[in-house]
Design a protein around this ligand. Structure first.
Ligand SMILES: Cc1cc2nc3c(=O)[nH]c(=O)nc-3n(C[C@H](O)[C@H](O)[C@H](O)COP(=O)(O)OP(=O)(O)OC[C@H]3O[C@@H](n4cnc5c(N)ncnc54)[C@H](O)[C@@H]3O)c2cc1C
Length: 327
């Protein structure tokens, strides 16, 4: 099976989820990495080292900034000409966007947010969560090519083989786009979708005696930052605090935010609404800290602490610092 993997990257630095997709492609068939951008030399080398059998490359200054129209047009034109059987994309914001546009261009089938994938009788059979993660559905794609977006951290990252290389084929650049990029505002710290540990805060952070909502949220998130730093993790948020302006949208976990599958998810002051669970219930271990013993988050949590996060989180951070020998 001829499988293409779209390597999502920011300014030439590929996202971990791209290598997870490449690892899956290698297990299923012949893996071709598709790299669009500028400059891409280091990403091309890394693609071979993470297992690509071949690279399709559009390295052009016109693609220096990601713009969905240009990237999707370039990918669609190459896929129309070379007819791969399967195209894999990481479930990142860009991955989802370019997958949808490419599927429309190719009049092809698209399966999104897939957590398991196999080939049966020459067809792509994908498993993905539905109904906010309450059920899993198995779907077969009846047309070729099949396009699939893969949930981050649902597939193992392949071992890097330093110095490995292979053939690079250039593809035609289609740079026409209605948009230009004016600039970036980049977040710092560990990326939410790549993070092994996520400490998330909800509306429970916004109430603290003697403080207004904004000051309470700032104080609460400072505690979460400290806990996340000890665990080398990232900080997430529920939509309630994002909508209230206490956290950026980039930190939102859930149906309309990021879909995450960390090894450990610590939910602090989050009730566990279905839309929040949709983004994190595939986490391997969920810990919930909530004053309300009846909060729905406890139904999905492996470990639950009924208590005030303003007391529990600092105590947890102090205990972990001691245990892990960090100051
Ligand atoms: C179409 C749609 C899409 C949506 N998408 C998303 C999404 O992507 N992500 C998302 O998160 N939501 C989403 N929502 C919103 C969702 O329905 C909930 O409103 C939201 O998740 C609630 O956030 P919360 O848990 O922080 O707040 P609340 O539901 O208000 O819960 C706050 C919790 O904090 C606890 N608490 C209070 N004080 C403390 C304390 N001191 N210590 C510990 N616990 C405390 C309370 O007991 C409570 O359980 C969406 C809604 C819709 C309609």
């Amino acid at each position: 099976m001829n499988i293409w993997v779209y390597i999502d990257h920011f300014k030439g630095a590929p996202l971990l989820a791209s290598w997870e997709a490449l690892g899956l492609a290698k297990r299923l068939g012949n893996a071709t990495a598709v790299l669009l951008g500028h400059p891409m030399e280091e990403a091309v080398q890394a693609a071979f080292e993470f297992g690509a059998d071949a690279v399709l490359l559009a390295d052009d200054p016109a693609l220096a900034d990601y713009r969905a129209e240009a990237f999707a047009s370039t990918l669609s034109a190459a896929a129309s000409a070379q007819t791969p059987d399967l195209l894999l994309f990481p479930t990142t914001s860009r991955g989802r966007e370019i997958a949808a546009m490419t599927a429309a261009d190719l009049n092809a089938g698209l399966l999104v947010d897939v957590t398991a994938l196999e080939i049966a009788a020459g067809r792509v059979v994908a498993t993905r969560p539905v109904y906010g993660g309450k059920a899993l559905v198995r779907e077969t794609c009846a047309v070729k090519p099949a396009l699939v977006t893969l949930r981050g951290r649902a597939f193992p990252k392949p071992e890097q083989q330093i110095g490995r290389s292979g053939p690079v084929t250039r593809i035609e650049v289609r740079a026409e786009a209605q948009t230009t990029v004016e600039g970036y505002s980049t977040g710092e710290g560990v990326s939410l979708t790549d993070a092994g540990v996520i400490v998330s805060g909800g509306r429970g952070l916004t109430v603290f005696p003697g403080l207004d909502e904004k000051s309470a949220a700032a104080r609460g998130f400072a505690l979460l930052d400290e806990l996340a730093a000890v665990l080398n993790g990232a900080v997430g948020a529920s939509r309630a605090v994002v909508d209230a302006g206490h956290a950026p949208y980039a930190q939102q976990v859930g149906q309309t935010g990021k879909l995450v599958s960390p090894d450990l998810y610590i939910a602090c002051g989050i009730s566990g609404a279905i839309q929040h669970l949709a983004g994190m219930r595939t986490a391997k271990v969920i810990v919930a800290i909530n004053t309300d013993a009846e909060a729905p988050i406890f139904q999905v949590a492996r470990y639950g602490v009924v208590g005030d996060l303003y007391q529990i989180v600092p105590a947890l951070t102090a205990a972990l610092k001691k245990r892990l020998g960090r100051q």
